[in-house]
Design a protein. Sequence first.
Length: 215
Amino acid sequence: MKIETITIGSFATNCYLLWPDEAAGAEVVVIDTGLDQDGLSQVLARRQIRPVAVFLTHGHIDHIGGVQGLRISWPDVPVYIHGLDAPMLQDAQANLGYLAGLEGIQVRADRYLEDGQVIYAGRISLEVLHTPGHTPGSVSLYSRAAGVVFTGDALFAGSIGRTDLPGGNYKQLIGSIKKRLLVLPGKTQVYPGHGPISTIQTEARKNPFLAGNAY
């Protein structure tokens, strides 16, 4: 799998482009779209890349704001999110759009993700890991074949997601990370919603919120 990180918007959200191999053809899987309505769509259009699926790790505006722009250029691209976060997509209070002056964002999901599902998009397959705590419907997306997991705002390099926002739950988030993420192979690369990549082993050993999880 080839992975490209595009960091978009004032919240510096990591948007990920996935190809099944290093050839990096014209079709791509997108994980999160960033805050800017047109930022990601302009990048894809300029490079003549077509999204075949958009996965949203959760419903906050800095991860969903670019969906509308993608839909203008590619109206048929399917958008995935966990059902518990789906109501956030059209609620500026819940998705925090009001904080960015984006109360008018109206995002629609086509399909709902469930824990344990394996979703196939083109030649890429991703396993859904429900990792609530930052939001009720937060998910991480795991590729066993590539040895990578996209954690959204659940787990960062050296930190974890905020739990002081509506729907957040600190105890639940720690439980999600320990039960769903730290059980992955230690060499699994962690691609978070913000900041640099890490590994499961590194976070288990050095993340101050997860101390004592030996590998």
